[in-house]
Design a binder for this molecule. Structure first.
Ligand code: G3P
Ligand code: CA
Length: 348
């Protein structure tokens, strides 16, 4: 109907329109995501554990961006500090399990044979390539995930993640939050690295303030959150992490939960603590006004007797009644909470 020239014109116009920034479309902001059910207040939330780490190398900008696109409510960066006091996104205080530091800086290991992020400047760390997580023997932790010889994935700064999420929020009209974890607070104290103060200052600089801020600060530290709340004066939402180690047992008693409620807004327990109590821990925590966000839910690491991740997620969301959860597979959790929702970035 258009002829060859017309077809080229239409294709050219489509390419130009596709390249235009979202803000250039009339009425974009008003229409964006207003009808999305998972943007309503107080719904059960999906926390993108280390980004969309089921699909892309954990704690990289692509993994965070994919999680955003899949419909996460919160993006989870684990944080450690560099020698020059920069916050970077990394699960471990060591670098060798998720980067090629051993190849690039063979002489920089400590006497214990490990490479510490705290011994490297940000410039040095940004030379590293991030890979899928490996065991000490070099084997893959999750063999079915992204290819082992990935190139071009880098360790991001916390700044970069905040700016990416905030920019995407401006473009899409969504209000996706951040869920940063201060890793190994005692280690950082010993190294003279002020991870808590730096995190609070950066969050403040980016406009996160007050009880309604779209952020949760989380920590496994026993005094870490209380220090930020009481000594550093932060009123940002906070989540006390609770592992399955015996040292945490007293935190899941009624008295322990009442103590947590003095300084935190919720708990982030190992999911087995909820299954072991058949949901009893959720009720105890809710009785103290605490939210419950267990970890970690993985399609490729299911508990015995569970066939599909969605079955496990339904059990925790709807039978045990958790308020949110950490998952490597944001897409599956979003689908469980909002069966009719199809993740879409562009305006409808
Ligand atoms: O922070 C809660 C969740 O992420 C589980 O801990 O070890 O994966 O940081 P981890
Ligand atoms: Ca974490």
């Amino acid at each position: 109907m258009f002829g060859a020239y017309g077809v080229r014109m239409v294709i050219g116009l489509a390419l130009i329109l596709a390249a235009l920034p979202v803000a250039a479309w009339p009425g974009t902001e008003a229409r964006l995501f207003k009808a999305d059910p998972h943007m309503t207040k107080n719904h059960k939330i999906v926390i993108a554990h280390r980004g969309a780490s089921g699909y892309l190398p954990e704690h990289t900008l692509p993994a965070y961006a994919m999680a955003y696109a899949l419909g996460a409510d919160y993006i989870e960066p684990d944080l450690v500090m560099t020698a020059d006091h920069r916050l970077i996104c990394l699960h471990d205080i060591h670098l060798e399990s998720t980067t090629d530091v051993e190849r690039q800086f063979p002489a920089r290991k400590r006497a214990d044979g490990r490479w510490y992020a705290a011994d490297f400047t940000l410039d040095e760390i940004q030379q590293l390539n991030v890979t899928e997580r490996t065991q000490p023997d070099g084997s893959r932790v999750f063999p079915g995930r992204f290819k082992a010889d990935a190139q071009g994935f880098k360790v991001p700064t916390f700044d970069a993640v905040v700016e990416m999420v905030q920019s995407l929020n401006r473009e899409t009209g969504r209000d996706v939050g951040l869920y940063p974890e201060t890793k190994a607070p005692e280690f950082h104290d010993e190294e003279g690295l002020p991870i808590e103060r730096t995190l609070l200052d950066q969050l403040a600089a980016y406009g996160y303030a007050g009880r309604d801020a779209k952020v949760y600060i989380q920590s496994f530290g026993f005094d870490n959150l209380r220090e930020m709340r009481e000594q550093m004066g932060s009123d940002l939402p906070m989540i006390q992490l609770i592992s399955d180690a015996p040292a945490y047992d007293e935190l899941v008693t009624p008295a322990g939960l009442a103590t947590i409620a003095e300084y935190a807004d919720g708990i982030g327990p190992d999911k087995r603590r909820i299954a072991d109590t058949h949901g009893g821990l959720v009720k105890l925590a809710h009785a103290q006004g605490l939210k419950v966000h267990p970890y970690t839910f993985r399609a490729d690491q299911l508990p015995a007797g569970t066939r599909r991740l969605e079955d496990e997620l339904r059990r925790y969301y709807f039978q045990y009644g958790v308020d949110g959860l950490f998952t490597d597979f944001t897409d599956i959790a979003v689908e469980v909470i909002h069966p009719d929702y199809r993740p879409r970035l562009y305006p409808r």
